[in-house]
Design a protein around this ligand. Structure first.
Ligand code: HEM
Length: 455
């Protein structure tokens, strides 16, 4: 007798043939797929995705149940091409003591003192990017933010920006993760791109070792030992560095581009960002200021609303090894389980008027009153329990990089608003922003914004 005996099966549409339609619907528009099924079945439902029975889990109670039983839901269930290209060193492929050791090996890169060390570089690169954009008076925003982020994270972690060939290899690698089979040419292109990136990082690691180059990931990873006490090999150090840059660049580029798109018809949001930055002494663009000067609650609220309304992606896909019970439903062993942040994001019980873009949800009411605002939902999102909002996934594999992503994006928004007065889709651009939606939501590379610089 297990805790799952006697419970109802998941509501939803399952079965092989239905599964093909379900998978196509998911690939076409994952946000819509999630929204329609949540409306029809509630925040926990069953489906068949990519030939596997899948339980999609959202809302506070279900996510709490998921976390309580995470030990039984730990085996990765990523597609074969993704698993192979993510390598045995990739955290998403690991579980148990190996995964814990990888996580603690990353941890020194995500502390306040590490961020304080990164801050001058982040400020410098983003300020220069925004100044160049203002001068050119137009930008293919997603394409340009991806390149900015590739170079920025390569410099932070590996001490040097990328060559054009390396930047292209990251794109090829990222695209190949979705190859339907490891027999396809796209997968082989991904393998070749990964090898090229590992080669480039190997050269940088040699320069780091000869004292010719900084590189925070090289410094941290060179001290790491695995779960058996062995030092990380050079191959592991360079591969983990490639994976870190990959894990960071497209998600942060998505957040930067989407938050700008959300603000573009809202001059009052730009004004609030400028006022908040000025109050913190952040108007001198050459000076990065201290790390805590960048604690900007309103700017953070803008980013969090962006992550809520335009989430870059869903949660991880894991397999349950035993029968489990979630929110009163039975989920049999062998089911893929995914805790999906996109469900909670649109629940009115968590976010009143969920369709409304309202950064003040994330700002303490006393601070919003000081600004003369009477926002009725001010501060409501600050009181939410764990499980309500988790753009970087949740549990053991939850994203360690989100605070760094938010720091870079706060700097980006402040510097953008300081240099650019307004921005609009270029003439001839379709009214609806064209997005790539899988695996990460981001405007397509040809989506162009015209910008009007500050005088
Ligand atoms: C807005 C920005 C970001 C979003 C939305 C995001 C989202 C995610 C998600 C959904 C996962 C998977 C969680 C799971 O499988 O359950 C993840 C994992 C991960 N992310 Fe992020 N991420 C972001 C930024 C970053 C950055 C900047 C870095 C590194 C600098 C990073 C490094 C990682 C790593 C290493 C993992 C694997 C964690 C593990 O398996 O233990 N991410 N992220």
């Amino acid at each position: 007798m297990t805790a799952a005996d006697g419970l109802s099966p998941l509501p939803g549409r399952t079965g092989l043939f239905i599964g093909i339609r379900e998978s196509l619907a998911y690939l076409r528009d994952p946000d819509r797929f999630i929204a329609e099924r949540t409306e029809r079945y509630g925040p926990v439902f069953g489906t068949t995705l990519f030939l596997r029975p899948t339980a999609v889990v959202g809302g506070i109670q279900a996510v709490e149940n998921f976390l309580e039983q995470e030990r039984s839901i730990s085996e990765s269930s990523l597609p074969a091409a993704f698993t192979a290209l993510h390598t045995p060193y990739g955290a998403l492929n690991q579980n148990g003591s190996r995964h814990r050791s990888t996580r603690s090996g990353y941890a020194p890169l995500f502390t306040g003192s590490a961020f304080a060390g990164f801050l001058p570089l982040i400020n410098q690169r983003i300020t220069a990017f925004v100044a160049a954009t203002a001068q050119q008076s137009s930008t293919a925003i997603a394409r340009d933010c991806k390149r900015l982020c590739l170079d920025l994270f390569a410099e932070i972690f590996a001490g040097d920006s990328l060559t054009t060939e390396e930047a292209e290899a990251f794109t090829t690698y990222n695209d190949a993760l979705l190859s339907l089979s490891t027999a396809l040419p796209s997968f082989r292109r991904g393998e070749a791109a990964l090898a090229r990136l590992q080669g480039g990082m190997t050269q940088r690691l040699a320069r780091f070792r000869s004292g010719d180059l900084q590189g925070s990931a090289f410094a941290v990873f060179s001290r790491n030992r695995d779960e058996t006490g062995q030092r990380w090999s050079g191959e592991r150090i360079v591969t983990a560095t490639v994976l870190l840059i990959w894990g960071a660049y497209i998600e942060v580029a998505s957040l930067m581009s989407c938050s700008l798109i959300l603000c573009q018809e809202r001059p009052e949001v730009r004004q609030r960002i400028l006022t908040e930055a000025e109050r913190q002494g952040l108007d001198g663009q050459d000076l990065p200021g201290a790390l805590d000067a960048w604690d900007l609650p309103y700017v953070q609220g803008v980013l969090r609303e962006s992550l809520r309304l335009m989430p870059p992606g869903g949660g991880g896909f894991r397999l349950t090894s035993t029968d489990i019970a979630i929110a009163g439903f039975r989920i049999p062993a062998g089911t893929v389980v995914t805790a999906d942040p996109r469900i909670g994001n649109r629940l009115a019980s968590l976010f009143p008027e969920p369709e409304r873009f309202e950064p003040e949800r994330w700002v303490a009411p006393a601070a919003t009153r000081q600004e003369g605002s009477r926002c009725p939902v001010a501060g409501t999102a600050l009181r939410l329990p764990k499980g309500a909002w988790f753009p970087g996934g949740t549990g053991n594999h939850g994203c360690p990089g989100l605070p760094l992503a938010e720091l870079c994006s706060r700097i980006f928004l402040v510097r953008w608003m300081q240099a650019i007065r307004s921005w609009h889709p270029a003439d001839g651009t379709p009214a609806a922003v064209p997005y790539s939606l899988i695996p990460i939501r981001i405007p397509t590379d040809d989506y162009q914004l015209n910008v009007e610089p500050v005088d």
